[in-house]
Design a protein around this ligand. Structure first.
Ligand SMILES: C[S@@+](CC[C@H](N)C(=O)[O-])C[C@H]1O[C@@H](n2cnc3c(N)ncnc32)[C@H](O)[C@@H]1O
Length: 600
């Protein structure tokens, strides 16, 4: 039986978010996270923070109908917890205030399934579960909280909390733009939490940070709570107390001139990371032991003094850490290791792309803003697809950089449209329209051995996709069409358009969607993967990629309503959408049923 849209969206949403949180915890450590959350931190401040507390968990709020189904959902995500849950005090209070409810109406419990970090450290996903029984009237709270993620946070546990340490850590966080965002004492576990929002320049999808201290630290908490608790990340403007939210004197934030300096030198970060990758430095380092700069210089054919300068800057960005004992040297962090050529889902091709052709075209951004046309075409004399397709090395780099961003696809094979197709008695077919190098189709066919695939792509990309799917053992279940969007094959059960529509203007999108609509049988589903522009101005990668699309591709990101209108224009209907990692979304689309004939 088909699940209803809201059941389906909720199921996918909580599961996807649990999986994404577990993956995040696995992939990060304190050294890589603190510079992302607090841009500009380094030297003694970073050492003091990292020396007194450690990354302990990623926290999130989910909405099961009861605890049994929550535990089943956790088990589905590979998260096991054998301890009993205990009641939340702080998050329950925040929810009650935000939604003007009596706390007694809200049953919020805490579970902390353990996750092993890549560095061998034991961490957890902290799961706050608000029980939402069917027809309880709490569904609106769940929908709002899912959409805004107010309670998502990253927690750093203080190793030996005492009043002085707590105050010192709060002062360091304030210096780097973190703002108090509530907190509380939970007597059920004898622990004190202090929440902060991270500064606007933070390079992390999590926008809140927690300091967790075992024991009762209500004095430090009272000083922390003296600050107004914003509902969401505050923007520049007037706070409840009438002070200016960006005034460093009242917020402890970095002065504007210092923040601007950090922003203006953003291009240095892009090039430092690209240079690190181009010179194959990550491949000459490892995450366990530090290497002396002289040895690294010899191995990579670089100048020792200049290399030390680059590595010191990269240490500030969190890609490497400096170690002084027994000799000065540098060690790769988990973040830096993503730039190794042999890392699973390596991000090296993205570093080469953003530090290469796209870096050059960003230098021509004025042209795009003046004319609305892609600066890339202006600079290189042709559209980026044609430019890359003509040069096999660039074409390969483009395909690999798309694959490097494929973390977004993680939860997609579990989408109800695909699991339903996989359970159909006759073997169902997934058609990936402009499926690139086949990475998404590989994930879908690997997860569902009884599904078949068809990949439509331009001729040069088909060859790469065939190699990837053959190597993954899915080749025998796959057909390929070398062609254009106009050649979308008919008769599939699930159609996929991943990261395609944002490349094009509205007219071209209608054409592409029209080709899909004509090819789709009435029962077929269409899954569109895109980033959605936020409607409330909250920070999102979609806003950054909107600028990238304008400058480099001549396309744009859109809001969900915008996609709904384009779909309606070609007889398709947006049934719902649910989030994916990296601020992505999957839009679930079906054919609009023809209106019933009028009675004579
Ligand atoms: C941004 S990539 C997305 C690839 C893949 N769907 C993914 O998410 O990894 C866009 C793809 O559209 C393909 N493409 C561009 N123009 C096309 C056309 N006219 N017909 C078919 N595919 C096209 C490109 O070859 C490229 O692989």
């Amino acid at each position: 039986m088909m699940t209803t849209l809201s059941d389906e969206t909720m199921l996918l949403d909580d599961t996807a978010r649990l999986r994404a949180a577990a993956a995040f915890v696995r992939e990060h450590d304190s050294a890589s996270l603190l510079p992302l959350l607090l841009p500009g931190i380094g030297g003694p401040d970073l050492r003091a923070l990292a020396g007194h507390c450690h990354f302990a968990h990623a926290g999130m709020l989910v909405f099961p109908p009861d605890e049994e189904s929550l535990r089943a959902r956790l088990a589905d995500c590979g998260l096991t917890v054998d301890t009993p849950s205990h009641p939340s005090v702080v998050v329950r209070g925040r929810l009650a205030r935000r939604h003007r409810r009596d706390p007694g109406e809200l049953d919020v419990r805490i579970l902390r399934p353990q996750v092993l970090g890549a560095d061998g450290e034991r961490r957890a996903v902290e799961v706050f579960a608000l029980t939402v029984p069917p027809h309880s009237g709490l569904e609106r709270i769940a929908a709002h909280e899912r959409a805004h993620g107010h309670e998502a946070h990253l927690a750093f546990e203080i190793d030996h909390p005492d009043p002085l340490v707590l105050r010192g850590l709060c002062a360091i966080l304030a210096r780097y733009g973190a703002r108090p965002d509530g907190g509380g004492y939970n007597p059920h576990e004898d622990g004190t939490v202090l929440y902060f929002t991270t500064p606007a320049a933070a390079a992390c999808a999590y926008r809140r940070l927690e300091l967790y201290a075992h024991g009762d630290h209500r004095d430090a908490l009272a000083a922390h709570l003296d600050h107004p608790e914003p509902n969401t990340r505050p923007s520049a403007g007037t706070t409840a107390t009438g002070t200016t939210a960006t005034d460093p004197a009242t917020t402890g934030a970095r002065p504007p001139a210092e923040t601007l300096l950090h922003l203006l030198t953003g291009a240095w970060s892009t090039q430092a990371l690209a240079s690190f990758a181009r010179l194959s430095l990550p491949d000459a380092m490892d995450t366990r032991t530090a290497r002396r700069t002289e040895d690294l210089a010899r191995l990579t054919g670089t100048h020792p003094r200049a290399l030390a300068t680059l590595l010191s800057y990269l240490a500030m960005l969190g890609a490497v850490t400096r170690e002084d004992l027994p000799e000065e040297g540098f060690r790769l962090t988990e973040l830096g290791a993503l730039l190794r050529a042999d890392a699973p889902a390596t991000m090296r091709p993205l570093a080469l792309m953003y530090g290469g052709p796209f870096y050059r075209s960003f230098g021509e951004l004025d042209h795009s803003v003046r004319t609305g046309q892609a600066a890339f075409d202006h600079l290189f004399g042709e559209n980026h697809f044609d430019h890359f397709a003509r040069d096999p090395e660039l074409a390969d780099l483009f395909d690999r950089s798309m694959a490097a961003g494929s973390r977004m696809f993680g939860p997609l094979p579990d989408h109800p449209a695909l699991t339903a197709a996989a359970q159909a008695p006759a073997s169902a077919t997934v058609v990936d329209v402009a499926g690139g190098n086949g990475e998404l189709l590989r994930r879908i066919l690997t997860a569902h051995p009884n599904l078949r695939g068809v990949l439509l792509e331009r001729p040069h990309a088909v060859a790469a996709a065939r190699r990837l799917l053959d190597a993954a053992g899915c080749g025998a279940r796959c057909d390929y069409r070398a062609g254009d969007f106009a050649d979308v094959p008919a008769g599939g059960d699930v159609y996929v358009l991943a990261r395609i529509l944002h490349d094009w203007d509205d007219d071209r999108c209608r054409e592409i969607l029209g080709h899909c609509a004509r090819a789709m049988p009435d029962h077929a589903d269409l899954l569109i993967v895109e980033r959605l522009l936020p409607t409330d101005g909250s920070p999102s990668l979609a806003t950054a990629w909107d600028l990238h699309m304008l400058c480099n591709v001549g396309g744009r990101e859109r809001r969900a309503e915008h996609y709904a209108r384009l779909l309606a224009d070609v007889g398709l209907h947006l049934h719902g959408h649910s989030p994916l990692p990296l601020d992505g979304h999957v839009l679930h689309v079906r054919k609009t049923p023809a209106p019933a004939p009028r009675k004579p």
